[in-house]
Design a protein around this ligand. Structure first.
Ligand code: KG4
Ligand code: ZN
Length: 343
């Protein structure tokens, strides 16, 4: 019997709805709709929580209708409803989570609460035949984590950031350089025309196990701006590509080094890369090169499945459902929901 899951993602500034179907071991994404609010938040230089939740409320119902239409299924054919329960912005999480619970109650189907980070973690396996053990590097706007995934639900946290997440560092440096929000894709674009060796930026905690720190790098960029423009500390237009390329190389060097170190330590041949920052082509290429050189395999989700989306949430909900798990309607959202306890 095929199983059809509808899931909602609304943890930050993307409203997303997806429908997945599992049939005889095969998983198909029947619909994956995303309504991005980036343009709304751009003028404020970051996400404004109240605006985000108001827009989730506005867009969710039409998005569900479009997803059902695109998938060619009716609401009564959905076997279970999933939604992100955290981590994320409380008021944003509440919109998607409450909507999914309401649909489950109205149709008499189970509700499955999903950890957003588990969505990222499993996203590289969407389209693969099975989940296999791997060393996972998740790099998003709020998290930088190295996880040893042995099986579905069996995760060990090997390292995480002591301060800023990799995506957060991209966004903060982008802001310092006067680039539009979010900084990640803008810095990547500028870096293509710059030299990665023009400025010497630190590679923090390189010899310090599997944890990360990106706030020193951010401060180093700020000092460099002070040197380039002592009066205003603003980035001279002709220095922006070099600043971006040098900053980006520092981030990539650390991420690749630590992912390889972690894979070696836990004896994993497969490395997976996920989260919004994994859209970065320079990071993908550097990680691929390091994996080729060390005889490892690399699995990365397609870019549309790397930034926030609901297909990855539906995928986790599907795996829970196939194992007979569901959540209580009383299970609350949690803005600080942890995937694994810190080791
Ligand atoms: O996973 P995601 O969509 O949302 C969170 O769960 O945080 O990640 C968003 C982060 C942002 O910090 C954004 O700047 C970064 O991913 N990002 C990138 C790129 N595309 C998105 N960073 C570097 N290069 C990119 N191409
Ligand atoms: Zn995310």
């Amino acid at each position: 019997m095929p199983t059809t899951i509808l899931a909602i993602e609304s943890s930050c500034d993307e409203t997303a709805v997806a429908i997945l179907r599992h049939d005889r071991g095969r998983v198909d994404v029947l619909a994956s709709e995303i309504s991005s609010q980036i343009d709304i938040h751009r003028e404020f230089g970051g996400v404004v929580p109240e605006l985000a939740s108001r827009n989730h409320s506005l867009h969710l119902r039409p998005l569900i209708e479009i997803a059902l239409e695109d998938a060619g299924v009716s609401i009564s054919e959905i076997d279970a409803f999933g939604a992100t329960a955290g981590p994320g912005l409380a008021s944003s999480l509440l919109v998607g989570n409450t909507t999914a619970k309401s649909l489950a109650i109205a149709t008499g189907k189970p509700f499955i609460s999903v950890n957003h980070m588990e969505g990222h973690l499993l996203s590289p396996f969407l389209g693969q035949e099975e989940l296999t053990s791997n060393l996972a590097l998740i790099v998003s706007g709020g998290h930088t984590m190295l996880i040893h995934m042995k099986d579905f639900g069996d995760y060990t946290l090997l390292g995480s950031t002591r301060d800023d997440a990799a995506g957060e560092a991209y966004d903060k440096v982008g802001k310092m350089l006067g680039l539009p929000y979010p900084g990640g894709p803008e810095i990547e674009k500028q870096a293509r025309n710059g030299s990665a060796t023009a400025f010497k930026f630190p590679r923090s905690m390189m010899k310090d196990g599997l944890h990360f720190s990106f706030s020193g790098l951010k401060t180093a960029v700020l000092y460099q701006l002070g040197k380039l423009d002592p009066e205003h500390g603003a980035a001279p237009a002709d220095a922006i590509p070099d600043l971006c390329a040098s900053f980006q190389q520092a981030v990539i060097d650390v991420l690749v080094h630590k992912a390889l170190l972690a894979a070696e330590q836990c004896g994993e041949r497969l490395i997976t890369l996920s989260g919004g920052v994994s859209c970065n082509l320079a990071l993908r290429a550097a990680m691929q090169k390091a994996c080729d050189e060390s005889g490892r395999k690399l699995l990365i989700a397609a870019p549309a499945l790397s930034t926030d989306n609901a297909a990855m949430i539906a995928f986790v909900a599907l795996h829970s459902h196939l194992r007979g798990h569901c959540s209580s309607f009383h299970e609350d959202i949690d803005p600080n929901l942890q995937l694994v306890a810190a080791g």
